[in-house]
Design a protein around this ligand. Structure first.
Ligand code: PXL
Length: 265
């Protein structure tokens, strides 16, 4: 029997299935990696109020039990973090990584929710920057999150993204991948990977008429799955970029408000 690689996602449950741990598990499955979960919040959407998001946090005690089950009880080859709703939770995750000496850490610094450019929980954002980024093998901010982490007013050009990547690297992350996609007026989506020495630009064509909720979650989950399989970071990022592009091209509508990537072939 070949070795079964295992990944953990510490993330929110997106009830309608496009983002969060749902997207992560579907992605792990596609890469043949066994997925486990620690649920941090439940995100429900209101069909009677324009699909507005309602976030219901899980208590810290219950999250601690989930982490114990997976990290102590089973063991993992990689993990990714998604929506972490509080400073205390970020501290718990950082301590869990250190206490269990966990490897292949992908931090998707979810500071904002779909389309809203406002830091959701400032205390948690600060803790992600100070406690979690230094433990990350890969951190995958979008341009808004990159500006926050790099203490820059904005990240709107390729030059600014490279400057932000250098600054985030200085915080201790071993690799920084900034998704400068849809927010910059360029002809391609570009993900900029900085490994402390070199920049690699991963390009894909901008797509019209696609649904992209959960694209960021899927990207970081695909990186985590491939790191679990012992691929080098540069390869894992390249594979993840291609995978997301493919899922976007076959994305589909769920209702009048939203749609989803298609994670399966
Ligand atoms: O895409 C950010 C995100 C992450 N995690 C969960 C979400 C969302 C956006 O809606 O619901 C659980």
């Amino acid at each position: 029997m070949p070795k079964i690689y295992k990944s953990l996602t510490i993330a929110g449950l997106d009830v309608s299935g496009e983002a969060g741990m749902n997207a992560d598990l579907k992605t792990f499955e596609e890469f043949g990696v066994y997925g486990m979960t620690a649920m941090t919040v439940i995100v429900a959407c209101n069909p009677r109020n324009n699909w507005s998001h309602d976030i219901y946090p899980i208590s810290l005690e219950i999250i601690e039990k989930q982490l114990e089950t997976v990290c102590e009880g089973v063991g993992i080859d990689s993990l990714k973090t998604g929506m972490l709703g509080s400073k205390n939770l970020v501290e718990l995750v950082a301590n869990t990584i250190k206490n269990h000496n966990l490897k292949n850490i992908v931090v998707d610094p979810v500071l904002v929710c779909k389309g809203i450019d406002e830091i959701m929980v400032p205390d948690a954002a600060k803790a992600i920057k100070n406690l979690l980024i230094p433990l990350a093998d890969v951190v995958t901010p979008n341009s808004f999150e990159a500006a926050y982490l790099a203490d820059m007013e904005k990240v709107e050009t390729i030059d600014e993204a490279e400057e932000a990547a250098r600054k985030i690297y200085q915080l201790g992350a071993k690799n920084v991948v900034i998704k400068v996609g849809s927010r910059i007026e360029i002809e391609n989506y570009i993900d900029i990977h900085f490994d402390g020495k070199n920049f690699t630009h991963h390009k894909s064509p901008k797509l019209n008429d696609v649904y992209n909720p959960g694209a960021g979650c899927t990207f970081s989950a695909a990186i985590a799955a491939n790191l679990a399989k012992n691929l080098p970071v540069s390869e894992a990022v390249k594979i993840a970029k291609n995978y997301v592009n493919q899922c976007l091209q076959s994305s589909f509508k769920l209702n009048q408000y939203t749609g989803s990537l298609k994670h399966w072939k």
